[in-house]
Unconditional design. Structure first.
Length: 378
């Protein structure tokens, strides 16, 4: 009698060791829930930013990932390995803090190599790895200096070097540029992005600066009150915000939000004080609520000459404020009680108080349910 054939189970591909998975993570302080049931899958080698205002739980989340704090519930995985209860020094992660946290009595070389020294690495290996990281960060000339003899940007590079020398699988950065001036912040952002691309580590970055987040990230996790509100690519977050909170938080300047109603004028029409926009029928679901909030990005609003008025897409407004930023000029406008911002070319310079004609891109009008605050059609 022939034994029944058995089909061998399909081999399961191993998870990349750099992939990070957070499952139902929570952290409470008394009655305050700093992180609430957070689940997040971070692909190997991705640059992910936790974005939100102060107190939203993003730094606590990073500390939970690093093992610096203990969660009340949930699990953390790095690759196939659960690391929820693994000590921080055994997690194959490295963290860079807001305040650099360098030892003032040690030289840059000693600060960079301190973690390796604690691991009792051979002296020649320690020296070689410190030299390699210093060359990568262009701080070879600083190795004999102590923190008090270095600028803020130089200290930040040393702090980065101390993290990189550990050869981590995941690189954690907690608002590392907040103590730097604007010009240096921009330069350090570029350097960190180059480092990430060169090393291929998984990077998790915490910031409240949405411009910083958009310029650095592959993926954004927008947080509020300890909860994850939306997670996706930077384009998803910017172009398809889940709700009014994300829409107003992400983007510079903020999305203009105008409360109004839906009317029918040979087709759907958004109406608010001083504003009337004929909506494109293909962009409007059949079951729209009557009370709507329209969202307009500044780049989708512009000023036009009197002869360029477009029926259904233009209306009159008054210039209230002008904000030139070099490559562009942002113009704050009032249409009756409705307020919005337009982006214009730097050579377009209306005066405060001018009456102007405003044109909006009808295919870029975001509609939100005023009651639920959710994006319609998302």
């Amino acid at each position: 009698m022939t034994a029944p054939s058995e089909t061998a189970p399909a081999a399961v591909a191993p998870v990349d060791a750099r992939a990070l998975r957070i499952k139902n993570l929570s952290r409470r302080y008394g009655h305050v829930e700093a992180v609430a049931d957070l689940t997040l899958d971070i692909p190997a080698g991705a640059f992910v930013t936790l974005l939100g205002p102060s107190g939203c739980g993003k730094s606590t989340t990073l500390s939970l990932i690093a093992g610096l704090e203990k969660s009340n519930t949930g699990r953390v995985y790095l690759g196939d390995r659960e690391i929820t209860h693994v000590p921080p020094n055994e997690r194959r992660m490295a963290m860079v803090f807001q305040n650099f946290a360098l030892y003032p009595h040690m030289t840059a070389a000693e600060n960079i190599g301190f973690g390796l020294k604690l691991q009792h690495r051979p002296k020649d290996e320690l020296k070689r790895r410190v030299a390699t990281v210093a060359a990568m960060l262009d701080i070879e000339h600083l190795l004999d200096r102590k923190p008090g003899e270095m600028s803020g940007g130089q200290q930040q590079r040393v702090a980065l070097g101390r993290a990189l020398v550990k050869e981590p699988l995941a690189f954690l950065l907690d608002e590392p540029f907040s103590n730097l001036d604007a010009g240096l912040r921009a330069r350090m952002r570029t350097e960190v992005k180059h480092l990430h691309l060169r090393l291929g580590t998984t990077s998790i970055f915490v910031t409240h600066d949405q411009e910083e987040a958009l310029s650095l990230s592959d993926l954004l996790a927008v947080m509020r009150s300890g909860e994850l509100v939306q997670y996706g690519t930077t384009d998803d977050i910017y172009r398809r915000p889940r709700d009014l909170y994300v829409a107003s938080f992400v983007g510079k300047p903020k999305m203009s939000l105008i409360e109004g109603t839906l009317e029918s004028n040979d087709g759907p029409c958004f109406v608010a004080p001083g504003v009337r926009i004929d909506l494109l029928p293909q962009n409007v679901p059949a079951d729209l609520p009557r009370a709507l909030t329209a969202g307009l990005r500044a780049e989708d609003v512009t000023l036009v000459g009197a002869g360029e008025a477009e029926p259904g897409a233009t209306f009159d407004a008054t210039v209230e404020l002008i904000e030139p930023i070099g490559s562009d000029t942002f113009v704050e406008l009032a249409a009756d009680t409705s307020r919005l911002v337009a982006r214009v070319a730097p050579d377009v310079r209306p005066s405060i108080g001018d009456q102007v004609t405003v044109r909006v891109r009808r295919d870029r009008v975001y509609l939100f349910d005023t009651e639920t605050e959710l994006l319609i059609g998302a």
